[in-house]
Every structure is written in C-alpha cells, then in structure tokens.
Write a protein that binds this ligand. Sequence first.
Ligand SMILES: [Zn+2]
Length: 115
Amino acid sequence: MTEHTPIGYKCLKCGKIHYPRHGRCLQCKNREFEEVAVPTKGKLVTFTKLKAPPSGIASRSLFLGIIDLGEVGYTGQLDVENIDDLQVGMELEATWKQVRIIDNRAIHGFVWGLP
Ligand SMILES: [Zn+2]
C-alpha cells in the first residue's frame, strides 16, 4: 500500500470500514482495526465552506465534504474554487496534492475534485 492511497480502518470483527479512525467500532464496539485502501472515486453527500481556514492554507476559503465511497464515508477537502461548483450527488475523485504549508514545509494530502 503506498502513501498515496486513501486509507480506511476496517473492523476486524464485523468488517465495517471507518474513516477517520475511531477508538471503537461504531457497529460492534470492537477495538481492533486493519488499514485498508478505500476507493478513490465517490459521490458527494454533503459539503460546507470554512471561512477561516487553518494557517498555511493559501486560499481564503476552504470547502470540506463527505464523500460516499460505498462502504465508507470519507471526510475531505474539496478541490473547487466556488461553492456553486458543488452539487450533492456529484462524482468526485481523490488527487494527492499539496494542501498547506507548515513551517515552510509543504504538507500533502487528498483533495477531492471533478474526475
Ligand atoms: Zn465492528
């Protein structure tokens, strides 16, 4: 598994996949998980605009969304310029790219944009 694969946490008991990681499985309360690759394409469930992004993010606003990947919902940054570009149910694809700069170091992560 490369670092450029979105990761989910699969419950070793019931198989439910979580993202982000939880202390206990939301379905069966088990505490043991394995990392699994999750799909890089999904559908936008909901989104919001952050008007005051954390430091190190160049843009003045930031969009966050929940992407339905089938077995798991993934919370991530959306790669759009304008909130009008977003529509619930639209197809999105993950891309690995620079998301912010901390102490002059580029930080990379997944952003979700049009396929
Ligand atoms: Zn479970």
